[in-house]
Ligand binder design. Structure first.
Ligand code: 5GP
Length: 204
């Protein structure tokens, strides 16, 4: 019998929505493979090459893209970001569920290339709450915060193209919702065709 392929899970959210925190908490409760992206942006303090990202120069990134080594890629605020294809395909073939934490343009490319993927959008409870969360970080100027809020508005407009939207008001609830979506997706009939066929064809 063929091994059941893993689930490809795409998660997007504007900056400040708590996407990273939700995924970290979800990964403590269930086993997921996290796809490490490639980017041309410089590492931030505390980021490690090969762990947070593969930090590449533009030439190497573009070469990988040209060679079809990226499952998807997109330019986001002046830098390229992309998902290396091979590790994702290998893990899915092993039956493991893979999470891609990517922005909306890339997510739409995955939706087209992999119609089986599940697309989840994380929303802030409101734009005001998002602004407050960004202000609390105290890492950006007021001008940058307003630019992030405007960018968030544009990204949230794309949420209608996703399969699920989870509001991150309460972290515990958002994690429950995330795990619930994954569980429900695995039970859809289209993902259980082999199981159904095996039962039908079972020798009586
Ligand atoms: P940051 O620079 O803050 O780490 O990420 C900026 C944005 O790029 C985030 O929305 C993040 O989800 C997105 N991103 C990270 N990796 C990828 C990727 O491989 N492909 C795409 N399309 N977006 C990515």
């Amino acid at each position: 019998m063929n091994k059941k392929k893993g689930l490809l899970i795409v998660v997007s959210a504007p900056s400040g929505c708590g996407k990273g925190t939700i995924l970290e908490a979800a990964m403590k409760r269930k086993e997921f493979c996290y796809s490490v992206s490639a980017t041309t942006r410089s590492p931030r303090p505390g980021e490690t090459d090969g762990v947070n990202y593969f930090f590449l120069d533009r030439e190497r990134f573009e070469e990988m893209a040209r060679n079809g080594e990226m499952l998807e890629y997109a330019e986001f605020v002046g830098n390229l970001y992309g998902t290396p294809r091979a590790p994702v395909e290998e893990k899915l073939a092993e039956g493991r569920d893979v999470i891609l934490e990517i922005e909306v343009q890339g997510a739409m490319k995955v939706k087209k290339a992999c119609p089986d993927a599940v697309l989840i959008f994380i929303l802030p409870p409101s734009v005001d709450v998002l602004r407050q969360r960004l202000c609390k970080r105290k890492t950006e100027s007021e001008e940058v915060i307003e630019e992030r809020v405007a960018q968030a508005g544009r990204e949230i407009g794309e949420a209608v193209n996703y399969d699920y939207a989870i509001v991150n008001d309460d972290l515990e609830k958002a994690v429950e919702d995330f795990l619930g979506v994954i569980q429900a997706e695995k039970l859809t009939v289209k993902r259980q065709k082999d199981t159904i066929d095996n039962i039908i064809n079972e020798k009586q």
